[in-house]
Write a protein that binds this ligand. Structure first.
Ligand code: S3P
Length: 451
């Protein structure tokens, strides 16, 4: 039976925690470790359903799990990053063996892995996953991969199961029709095994974790304006990869503390890569004045720091264009914050939200309306009339982890509470979410408050 969980408004959120490890970076770490020569240590690999799918996938193609010590609380509160929790023995860039791969719910795995596999002429692979993954398009990676020489097949030519038959590849110049880090990363992986350089032109900047990690592993990757250029590689040597806490998971508490009066929340060791933190710029435009960032330097090529957040009165704002890829997974939270802001918020240029784990335009608009918000879905975004906050009610996560957690935060900020159907979906990226929310709802005040 599907679970139903109640999230009650218990007043201010207070306390400190380290959100779970970054999902995007963890996926890349496991795949790049599998491509590597010898053994790669990963420090702080995410223990969640999606990244377990990636671990299983790299093992299916021959990578060895030399050491595994995953636990959702493996890294203690605020004490920084510890010992490696994963050691992967790579198969090398050209050593993946044929396999049937279950990607589970992981869109990132579905889109990135074929890039590496497509250029290995000895192998054949099938990628398939759950009900939601079967609705996620793969033509966005199949089209450019075919131009590089790849041999691929998909259901109705655009949906999983996705079949890859290894073939010799050649470099191309490809202008991404949508600003997608998944498509870009897939092509960067394929470029490593192609003949000649590959150039990927981005319409807008998207997250650049793959570029950073490939460069750290010895690949020749450079940026020329809006273009990422990758040269073929003989070998990768990642050695050690450090995974910061996930900004997209921290985002739930950033928004919660901003909209619940009296809150004071400290989030430790969060990845602050500017291609991920667009939510901060949007909240600033909405008037959020109680967000303090303390940078703590770089770990493995990714900037990390602490984020302390208190409550602010918000006003509506316009969100679109370059905001969208920099805050793609946080736009549902922007819509939630907008319900608590004075005036109108308009989100545009975000049609990609319809192709995520659920149709996040339809699902978010319906959910927030069911809780008392004034939200209209548009073709490529939402219009939110804010001001009164949310009354509460019941919503369904539609099996989408970010919608489940959105409902929980809405409950903490509402007047009557929110019941979330299928809260278990949160395990895809944040298995300890309910425990962390509970600790903040029952936390003592932090010393030295923000204001
Ligand atoms: C991701 C990129 C984004 C994001 C997804 C993870 C990645 O997708 O929504 O959750 O790890 O590269 P697109 O780049 O396809 O928009």
């Amino acid at each position: 039976m599907t679970d139903r969980t109640n999230f009650r408004p218990l007043g201010a959120l207070r306390g400190a925690l380290r959100p779970p490890a970054d999902k995007s970076i963890s996926h890349r770490a496991a795949m790049i470790a599998a491509m590597g020569e010898g053994e790669t240590d990963i420090v702080g690999y995410l223990d969640a359903a999606d990244t377990r799918s990636t671990l299983a996938a790299v093992q299916a193609v021959g990578a060895r799990l030399v050491h595994e010590e995953l636990a959702t609380d493996a890294v203690g509160e605020g004490d920084g990053l510890g010992a490696p929790n994963l050691r992967i023995g790579g198969v090398g860039l050209r050593g993946a063996r044929s396999a049937a791969i279950d990607v589970g719910n992981a869109g990132t795995l579905l889109r990135l892995l074929p890039g590496w596999l497509a250029g290995q002429p000895e192998g054949r692979w099938t990628l398939d996953g759950d009900e939601s993954i079967r609705r996620r398009p793969v033509d966005r990676v199949a089209d450019p991969l075919r131009r590089m020489g790849a041999r691929l097949a998909a259901r109705e030519d655009r949906l999983p199961p996705f079949e890859v038959e290894g073939a010799p590849l050649h470099g191309i110049t490809y202008e991404l029709p949508v600003a997608s880090a998944q498509v870009k990363s897939c092509l960067l992986f394929a470029a490593l095994l192609a003949e000649g350089e590959t150039r990927v032109v981005e319409p807008l900047p998207t997250r650049d974790h793959s570029e950073r990690m490939l460069a750290a592993a010895g690949a020749e990757v450079r940026r020329e304006g809006d273009t990422v250029v990758v040269a073929p590689a003989q070998r990768l040597e990642p050695g050690r990869i450090v995974v910061p806490a996930d900004f997209s998971s921290a985002a739930f508490f950033i928004v919660a503390a901003t909209i619940v009066p009296g809150s004071d929340v400290l989030l430790h060791d969060v990845g602050l890569n500017p291609t991920r933190t667009g939510l901060l710029a949007i909240l600033e435009r909405m008037g959020a004045a109680a967000i303090e960032i303390t940078p703590k330097g770089e770990e493995g090529g990714e900037p990390v720091g602490d984020i302390r957040v208190g409550h602010s009165e918000l006003r509506g704002c316009e969100v679109g264009g370059a905001d969208v890829p920099l805050a793609i997974d946080e736009l549902p939270l922007v819509a939630l914050a907008a319900c608590f802001a004075e005036g109108t918020t308009t989100i545009r240029d975000a049609v990609e939200l319809r192709r995520k784990e659920s149709d996040r335009i339809a699902v978010v608009a319906d959910a927030l309306r069911a809780l008392g918000g004034a939200v209209e879905a548009t073709e490529d975004g939402m219009v939110i009339e804010g001001g009164d906050g949310l009354r509460g009610g019941a919503i369904d996560s539609h099996g989408d982890h970010r919608i489940a957690m959105l409902g929980a935060i809405a409950g903490a900020a509402s007047s009557d509470g929110v019941e979330v159907r299928d809260m278990a979906a949160a395990d895809v990226s944040y298995p300890g979410f309910e425990v962390d929310l509970h600790s903040l709802q029952h936390g003592p005040p932090l010393r030295d408050p923000v204001h």
